[in-house]
Write a protein of this length. Structure first.
Length: 569
């Protein structure tokens, strides 16, 4: 039988493997038919052992063969706890990339197979590729699998490698050996990874995608109430910040048809957020206590893993010391090398201790007594936590996904949102249709009414100053100016200040000049002399005048004759 050394983890042969080299060596002594039969018998033996789950293939890190060639967990406790911590972190965070970031924040290393030998384990930084390979590997769930991928060579001699879906695997047998999680947990992880993929909007009721940093609260949860497809998100700038729109544009993109529907997300997210706050608040105290215990358990687990890293570094330093002390002092070539290795191990040990102590201090600061009190305080004030600008959008989305299954939207005379919770309960929200862009920049009707009232006694410049003193702003959020007040008066067809004064019987400068038989440029002179009473019309030093009595008119005519000729002209 062929040695398992020449099989990959899926039990597949690749170019240059043992059977190919064996057949090439026998090619000169055997006919093509005999080679074909021999190769078929070799592959048949491999498939037969795979059907019985007895085929020996390389195992992923964390699983080893014992003396009886049975698959067991790696006896190294640090390896076991690192794998268990990875699976627990993924369940808690819900994304592979988030798991990588959690390991980096906690300063943890992860094991992987070394290149020097099958049993060698090296420790390094956790990467996204390692996390995905670990989560997708059914061996960690105690299942034996064979034929997860296919290798073939095309007519041009180029080799191809293809990963197959589970339905096309040659062999999949569950509960064949111990694992780090059961099959149900493995299936839940695969479903979570599939749901984290961004929805393509192509099939009906296709929701999912990992929670991201955008402002859209219902990202990946919204379904179109007209066609049943998932709705995507489009962001645009409004008021200096990104505002989401939920759009169903599948038919528009692929079939050049009108867009199914588009719904602004700002009012919808606010209404759904209020609904979640009302649903969660009664359970907030219990949740806060569980969060407190969970935080402490995570810190303890991470500290144990870091302590094991220190113990491993101490063991390697001790081994390097033993090797150095056993060498002949006169053999300086070997002694110098072993001394260098010993110094390297001592530096690695000091670095591991320093990192462990620094991370322990960070954890102590992260969960201080004051912060524990804050967690309990937030339990009684969950609405403030939800509305706090410091709460990241990603965390709001994760809280929403814990409670919501999906939200179906339909836009008719109003926006109807059918909210479906995880337990099956449903709520229906009715929201008014969103305002158009020009309506969003309209000035408040109360401000318009105040401007209309102030026009009776004040000029447009004075009105702008009074409104700014009260802290009022225009529809675009700008401070009032003379031009803005002027435009509002004309656009909303208010009676102008000139027309109001004329309705009160006031006279213009020209009309007053004709009444007193004087040049128009002298009317302002008589006002300054106190004989005429004027009302300011605008900031151009223009006035309207109250009709004077006959005695005042006669007095002005008499005094006009006494003015110098140049003043009269």
């Amino acid at each position: 039988m062929l040695s398992s050394t020449f099989l990959d983890e899926d039990g597949l042969y690749h170019p240059g493997h043992f059977n190919d080299r064996l057949l090439l060596g026998l090619k000169g002594a055997m006919s093509e038919a005999e080679l074909h039969v021999l190769k078929a018998r070799l592959l048949g033996g491999v498939h037969s052992k795979a059907q019985r789950a007895e085929l020996k293939v390389p195992l992923p890190v964390g699983l080893v063969y014992d003396e009886e060639q049975r698959v067991v967990l790696d006896p190294d406790q640090q390896v076991q706890q690192s794998l268990r911590h990875l699976f627990a972190t993924f369940v808690r965070i819900g994304s592979a990339w988030g798991t990588v970031q959690a390991f980096q924040r906690e300063g943890l290393k992860f094991p992987r197979r070394g290149q020097a030998g099958a049993g060698l384990v090296v420790w390094g930084e956790l990467t996204l590729r390692i996390v995905l390979a670990t989560l997708h590997n059914p061996r960690y769930a105690g299942a034996f699998c064979f034929g997860r991928s296919r290798v073939w060579r095309d007519a041009g001699g180029k080799w191809h490698h293809q990963h197959l879906p589970r339905e096309q695997w040659r062999v999949l047998k569950k509960d064949c050996h111990p694992g780090y999680l059961n099959w149900e947990e493995y299936e839940a992880n695969q479903a979570r990874l599939l749901a984290n993929q961004p929805p393509r909007g192509g099939s009906e009721r296709e929701v999912g995608g990992v929670a991201r940093e955008g402002a859209a609260l219902l990202q990946g949860l919204v379904l179109c109430g007209k066609c049943g497809r998932s709705m995507t998100i489009q962001y645009h700038q409004r008021g200096g910040r990104l505002t989401p729109d939920y759009v169903c544009s599948k038919t528009c993109v692929e079939q050049s048809q009108p867009m199914c529907q588009s719904i602004p997300g700002g009012p919808l997210d606010e209404a759904v957020g209020q609904l979640l706050v009302q649903s969660v608040t009664p359970l907030a105290l219990e949740v806060a206590l569980q969060v407190q215990d969970e935080l402490q358990a995570r810190l303890d687990q991470a500290d144990r893993l870091r302590q094991q890293q220190v113990e491993r570094a101490q063991y390697e330093a001790n081994q390097a010391q033993v090797r150095f002390l056993r060498v002949d002092p006169n053999n300086r070539l070997v002694a110098d090398t072993l001394e260098t290795q010993w110094n390297d191990k001592l530096r690695a040990l000091a670095q591991a201790k320093e990192e462990c102590e620094k991370q322990r201090q960070r954890d102590a600061q992260r969960l201080s007594a004051e912060q524990r009190d804050q967690v309990l305080a937030l339990a009684s004030d969950f609405p403030r936590l939800w509305a706090d600008p410091k709460t990241p959008n990603r965390e709001r989305k994760r809280m929403a996904r814990l409670l919501l299954e999906d939200v179906t939207l339909r836009r008719d005379q109003e926006v109807v949102a059918q909210v479906r919770f995880k337990g099956g309960a449903t709520r229906e929200l009715h929201l008014p249709l969103p305002k158009r862009s020009w309506q969003l920049t309209q000035t408040n009707p109360e401000i318009l009414a105040a401007i209309d009232k102030l026009l009776d006694e004040h000029t447009e410049t004075e009105i702008a100053q009074l409104l700014n003193q009260q802290g009022l702003r225009s529809g675009r959020g700008l401070a009032f100016t003379t031009i803005i007040v002027y435009r509002l008066v004309r656009e909303h067809h208010m009676t102008t200040r000139d027309a109001r004064l004329r309705e009160r019987g006031l006279l213009t400068t020209r009309e007053m000049g004709q009444l007193i038989d004087s040049a128009p440029n002298l009317v302002n002179y008589w006002r300054c002399q106190g004989l005429l009473k004027g009302v300011r019309l605008n900031e151009k030093n223009e006035y309207c005048y109250e009709r004077p009595s006959p005695e005042i008119v006669q007095q002005i005519k008499q005094r006009r004759r006494m003015l110098p000729a140049q003043a009269v002209s």
